[in-house]
Design a protein around this ligand. Structure first.
Ligand code: 4NP
Length: 152
């Protein structure tokens, strides 16, 4: 079983979308996909309604997901940890215990723009257009990630 973790700040906007999108592109017998936030503000919460809505528009139901906080044990549980932005990256890396942990972490958009460390913009304070934009970015990245993981 290959295990992939999506990480953002709140685990209610970007990473639950990334989780739902990647899960839909991988066979569940061989892959586990989860998400977490670096902050604890939304532990136990449903995804933001705007994320639920844009996912539904593209045929995905993420309404049953619940927020949780990233923890050091996630380095042991997951093979790949994808972050949305530089702040997430720094927060996750600050918990890494060794090079093995560090090597698991990458910017999700590096799947499309290698080594650029581009950010998926935080859509929390914007409108629906921001969520649509985030969905498209994540969908493109997850297509590449799924193809790479299936090939490995
Ligand atoms: P996310 O967006 O990191 O994509 O889930 C946010 C959600 C909540 C907050 C910030 C970003 N917040 O400050 O509560």
């Amino acid at each position: 079983m290959t295990k992939v973790l999506m990480v953002c700040l709140g685990n209610i906007c970007r990473s639950p979308l990334a989780e739902g999108i990647l899960r839909s592109k991988l066979p569940s017998e061989n892959f586990l996909v989860d998400s977490a936030g670096t902050a604890n503000y939304h532990v136990g919460d449903r995804p933001d309604n705007r994320s639920i809505r844009v996912a539904k528009k593209y045929g995905l139901d993420i309404s049953s997901l619940r927020g949780r906080q990233f923890g050091i044990h996630d380095f042991d549980l997951f093979d790949y940890i994808f972050v949305m932005d530089e702040s997430n990256y720094n927060n996750v890396i600050s918990l890494a215990r060794n090079e093995n942990d560090t090597n698991k972490v990458n910017f999700i958009l590096n799947a499309v723009y290698p080594n650029q460390n581009y950010s998926v913009p935080d859509p929390y304070y914007g409108g629906d257009l921001g969520f649509e934009n985030v969905y498209k970015m994540l969908d493109e990245a997850c297509t590449t990630i799924a193809n790479q993981l299936i090939e490995i």
